[in-house]
Structure formats: structure tokens, C-alpha cells
Design a protein around this ligand. Structure first.
Ligand code: HEC
Ligand code: HEC
Length: 227
């Protein structure tokens, strides 16, 4: 087993931003397990890093989605997402953040990618300025549309309150107008799966039904603009 394992893993933790956890590393990774993360080339493999991050900071990482579930899965933006945004964690869905929020998140990720690619760490690649612009435009185009609480209707009803409490736990409270009434049930079903996957409380079926009815009531009219 390579003695440099813990050292390299420590460097990677610093690079990805786990500085505060590095001190815990020997406790969490008892002697011997470090070797399992070492590739044949003596470096911890990318898969090992992803697994370690998932173990140590899973609640900070985006829930990975299937590439086929990306909006416009064959666009350049979707391709760049799969190439650059799965290097350290699962593929993030654009609906996790609003168009206003994405620039700061992407800048934080790009800074890590640049730093690690400059240091030649784990084979991490950083997007060019042009690719970064394409990535950001893609994320913003398909971003979460936040509900403007000032103009929202029906929030102060039992269903509206259940909707507010349930649907703002992982991203901004969604504007019902971003989907048609026909499209909402499938989205709510997927969100229920997201709740299970991310260990959030799952409301009762009757509460989910009430939320679905609320969303459909204020949904986009078919044939009108929007995404
Ligand atoms: C070099 C490793 C690395 C790469 C590459 C990377 N990330 Fe991250 N990502 C992290 C780490 C570490 C965290 C947890 C700490 C944090 O949020 O900064 C994180 C967390 C996140 C989160 C959850 C936190 C939040 O603010 O919502 C999102 C979303 C995210 N990344 C999106 C992306 C996107 C989009 C890309 C591609 C442009 C990307 N990541 C590429 C390391 C990376
Ligand atoms: C446990 C966390 C979590 C909760 C709670 C949650 N979501 Fe999400 N939501 C996500 C994640 C992760 C994504 C991005 C991946 C995806 O699209 O599945 C997302 C994306 C979305 C999107 C954008 C994608 C699309 O299909 O339009 C909408 C709209 C949305 N959520 C609506 C809701 C509604 C409505 C609720 C309440 C019923 C809700 N979410 C509750 C995690 C959550």
C-alpha cells in the first residue's frame, strides 16, 4: 500500500474545499482503507475521490440525475454539463437554482476546476471561457423559475402553505406557471423521489395531492409562452 495515499487524499480534500474536514480524515479513513482508493498508478483515482466526497459531504453535493433527464439532452450545454460537472459529484439538474443564483455557483465550481487542472490533480479539466459561458447560459435557460411571493395567489390556504413548506426545502419555491397542469403530476412524482433520495421528510399522499392541485390551478395555460 502506498504511504502517500493519505497525503494525496488530504491535498484533494483541500482542493475541493473540505479543509475543515481534513483533520477528521485519519479518523474516518482507518489504516488500510486508504489503499483501496489508490489506482495502479499510485494516485487516488477519480472514482475514489467521488466516493470519498459522497461519504464525507454527501449532503452538500447535488443529487445526481440521469443525463437523459437533462433538458435538451443533445445540446452543447447538456454535453458540457456531462463533461465538466460530473468530475467530482453527480450530474446537477438546472432546476436546482434560479437564473440569478447560477452565476455564483458556477464561478465557485469553475475556480475549483481551474485550480485543480493547474495543479494537474486527479485529471480534473477546466472549461474554456467560451465553454463556461455556454454552460452558464444553458443552466440559466433551464433554471428554476422562482415564485414571486408578492404576486402569488393562494399561498395562504392549507394547500398553499403545504406547497410553500414542502417545495422550498431544496431550491427556490417554484412558480407554478413554469409547467402546464398536464405536466405537473410527473414533476411532483419526481420530487417525491428526490425527497426519498435526499433523506427529506415525504409528505402524506393527501398532502402531495393537495400540492399537485395547487400547482395545476396556477399552472401555465397550454399554448402560451414559457419553457
Ligand atoms: C473539482 C470538483 C468539482 C467540479 C468539477 C464541480 N463541482 Fe460542484 N461541487 C463541488 C464541491 C466540493 C461541492 C460542495 C461544496 C460547495 O457547494 O461549494 C459542490 C457542490 C455543488 C452543488 C451543490 C451546492 C449548491 O450551491 O447548490 C451544485 C449545484 C454544483 N456543485 C454544481 C456544479 C456544476 C454545475 C458544475 C459544472 C460547471 C460542478 N458543480 C463541477 C466540487 C465540484
Ligand atoms: C429533496 C429536495 C427537493 C424537494 C423537497 C423538492 N425538489 Fe424540486 N428539485 C430537486 C432537485 C434535486 C432538482 C433538480 C433535478 C431534477 O430536476 O429532478 C429539482 C428540480 C425541480 C424543478 C425543475 C425541473 C423541472 O422538471 O421543471 C421543479 C419545477 C421542481 N423541482 C419543483 C418542485 C416542487 C413543486 C416541489 C414540491 C412538491 C419540489 N420541487 C420539492 C429537489 C427537490
Amino acid at each position: 500500500m502506498n504511504q502517500r495515499g493519505p497525503l494525496i487524499a488530504g491535498l484533494v480534500l483541500i482542493a475541493v474545499g473540505l479543509v475543515g474536514l481534513v483533520g477528521l480524515y485519519p479518523l474516518l479513513m482507518p489504516q488500510g482503507t486508504g489503499g483501496m482508493m489508490m489506482g495502479t498508478d499510485g494516485m487516488m483515482g477519480r472514482g475514489g475521490m467521488k466516493r470519498m466526497m459522497q461519504d464525507m459531504m454527501g449532503n452538500m453535493l447535488p443529487l445526481g440525475i440521469n443525463p437523459a433527464a437533462l433538458p435538451q439532452p443533445h445540446s452543447e450545454g447538456a454535453r458540457l454539463m456531462q463533461h465538466y460537472c460530473t468530475q467530482c459529484h453527480g450530474l446537477p439538474g438546472p432546476g436546482l437554482h434560479t437564473a440569478a443564483e447560477w452565476p455564483a455557483v458556477v464561478a465557485r465550481m469553475a475556480a475549483r476546476e481551474r485550480m485543480m487542472s493547474d495543479q494537474d490533480m486527479m485529471g480534473i479539466q477546466a472549461p474554456s471561457a467560451k465553454e463556461l459561458a455556454t454552460l452558464l447560459a444553458y443552466l440559466q435557460k433551464h433554471a428554476q423559475v422562482p415564485l414571486d411571493k408578492a404576486t402569488a395567489r393562494g399561498l395562504d390556504t392549507p394547500a398553499g402553505r403545504a406547497f410553500s413548506a414542502t417545495c422550498s426545502q431544496c431550491h427556490a419555491l417554484p412558480d407554478p406557471v413554469q409547467h402546464t397542469a398536464a405536466d405537473w403530476p410527473a414533476v411532483v412524482l419526481r420530487m417525491r423521489r428526490n425527497m426519498v433520495a435526499m433523506g427529506k421528510p415525504v409528505p402524506s399522499q393527501s398532502t402531495l395531492d393537495a400540492i399537485g392541485t395547487y400547482l395545476q390551478k396556477y399552472a401555465k395555460q397550454p399554448g402560451k409562452g414559457g419553457s
